[in-house]
Design a binder for this molecule. Structure first.
Ligand SMILES: NC(=O)c1ccc[n+]([C@@H]2O[C@H](COP(=O)([O-])OP(=O)(O)OC[C@H]3O[C@@H](n4cnc5c(N)ncnc54)[C@H](O)[C@@H]3O)[C@@H](O)[C@H]2O)c1
Length: 321
C-alpha cells in the first residue's frame, strides 16, 4: 500500500464545520495532521440563529483526539466574517493552505417564486460565502505558491424536486453557480499552485431528513451514505497529491466520480433553418443507451473547446483558431 495522505504542516479552514459533512471534513483533515480553523455560524437549515457553540464542540473533539484546531463563529455570508476566519489561521499558524467551503443552509423555495424570500440568503451563503473565503485567502495562497480549494456544490444543481412536487429555486441556482466559480478559480489559480475543485455530496445529515421525509431515498441514505464517506472521498482534493483542478466530483457512500459537461457533435449546417433543426433532432441530442450512458459525446472542457467542436462538426474546419 502506498503512503498515507497526510497534511502535516498544512493549515485548513473548514466552514460550517460544527456538524454534518463539515465536521467530518475537519476531523478527517485534523486526524491526518492538518491544523484546522473550525468555522460555524450556528444556524438552523433555514438560517435561524441557534443557541450552541458547535464550532468549539468540534474543536474539543479534535483536541481530545490529539489534533490541533481553533474555533471561529463568524458567517461566511459576511465579507468581514470571511476575512476574519482566514486571518485567524494566519495569526495562529502563519499560513492558510486549504479551504473547504462547506457551510450551507436550505430554505426550501420554488423556482417559479424566485427571487423569493430565501434567494438572498442562499446566494450569500452558498455562492458569495464560497467566493469571499477564497478572496480572503487568495493573496496568501498566491504568495506561497500553494493552495487547495474544495467548494461544495450539490446534485441539486442537476435538477432537484421535492416529494411534494416543488422544484427548488435559489438553492439549486447557487449550487450550480459554484461549479462555474470553481472552474474559474482553477484557471486563475494554475499560475500560483492553487487547485480548486467542487464536490456534490450526498450524505444523511440534519439537512436531508426535512427535505425528503418518509421517502425510500431517505431510508437508503440512512443505511448507506454517511458524512465520513464525503470527507474520506474528498480528502485527496485537499492534499498535496490532488490530481485534478477545475473539476466537479460526485461523492457519496464510498463512490467518487468526476462529473462532466458533455455534448455530441450535434447537427451543424451553415445554411441552418428551423426545419433542418427539427429534422435532425436525433443528431442534436446524440446517442445514449437506456442507462443514459453516452455513446458519442465529447467533454465540453471549456469555452475555447466549443470552437473546436464547431470545427469538428464541419463549420469553418479549415480556419485557424
Ligand atoms: N447532506 C447532503 O446530502 C448534501 C447534499 C448536497 C449538498 N450538501 C451541502 O453540503 C454542505 C454541508 O451540509 P450538511 O448536510 O452537512 O448540513 P448541516 O446543516 O449539517 O451543516 C451545515 C452547517 O453550516 C453552518 N452554516 C450555515 N450558514 C453558515 C454561515 N453563513 N457561516 C458559517 N456556517 C454556516 C450551519 O450552522 C451548519 O452547522 C452544505 O453546503 C450543503 O448544501 C449536502
Amino acid at each position: 500500500m502506498s503512503a498515507e495522505i497526510r497534511f502535516d504542516g498544512r493549515v485548513a479552514l473548514v466552514t460550517g464545520a460544527g456538524g454534518g459533512i463539515g465536521r467530518a471534513h475537519a476531523l478527517t483533515l485534523a486526524s491526518r495532521g492538518a491544523k484546522v480553523v473550525v468555522n460555524d455560524y450556528a444556524v438552523s437549515i433555514k438560517n435561524e440563529a441557534e443557541d450552541d457553540d458547535r464550532a468549539q464542540a468540534v474543536v474539543d473533539e479534535i483536541v481530545a483526539l490529539g489534533g490541533e484546531a481553533i474555533a471561529n463563529r463568524g458567517s461566511v455570508a459576511d465579507a468581514a466574517g470571511a476575512d476574519e476566519m482566514v486571518q485567524q489561521a494566519i495569526d495562529e499558524w502563519g499560513r492558510i493552505d486549504i479551504i473547504v467551503n462547506n457551510a450551507g443552509i436550505n430554505a426550501a423555495d420554488a423556482i417559479q417564486d424566485e427571487p423569493g424570500p430565501a434567494y438572498q440568503s442562499h446566494m450569500a451563503v452558498h455562492l458569495e460565502g464560497q467566493l469571499m473565503t477564497v478572496r480572503a485567502a487568495w493573496p496568501h495562497m498566491a504568495a506561497q505558491g500553494y493552495g487547495r480549494i474544495v467548494n461544495t456544490s450539490s446534485a441539486g444543481a442537476l435538477g432537484f424536486v421535492q416529494p411534494d412536487g416543488t422544484w427548488y429555486g435559489s438553492y439549486a441556482i447557487a449550487k450550480g453557480a459554484v461549479i462555474a466559480a470553481t472552474r474559474q478559480m482553477a484557471g486563475a489559480g494554475a499560475a500560483h499552485g492553487i487547485k480548486a475543485n467542487a464536490i456534490l455530496p450526498l450524505a444523511v445529515t440534519r439537512m436531508v431528513a426535512p427535505v425528503i421525509p418518509g421517502t425510500t431515498t431517505l431510508d437508503y441514505m440512512e443505511r448507506y451514505t454517511g458524512p465520513d464517506h464525503i470527507a474520506l472521498g474528498a480528502c485527496i482534493l485537499a492534499s498535496d497529491e490532488c490530481p485534478a483542478t477545475g473539476q466537479a466530483f460526485s461523492i457519496s457512500g464510498g463512490r467518487v466520480a468526476v462529473l462532466v459537461y458533455a455534448s455530441p457533435l450535434g447537427f451543424a449546417d451553415p445554411t441552418i433553418t428551423p426545419e433542418k433543426v427539427r429534422d435532425n433532432w436525433s443528431a442534436v441530442m446524440g446517442q445514449q443507451d437506456a442507462d443514459h450512458r453516452l455513446l458519442d459525446y465529447y467533454e465540453a472542457v471549456d469555452n475555447a473547446f466549443e470552437y473546436r467542436l464547431l470545427q469538428k462538426a464541419g463549420i469553418g474546419s479549415e480556419a485557424t483558431l
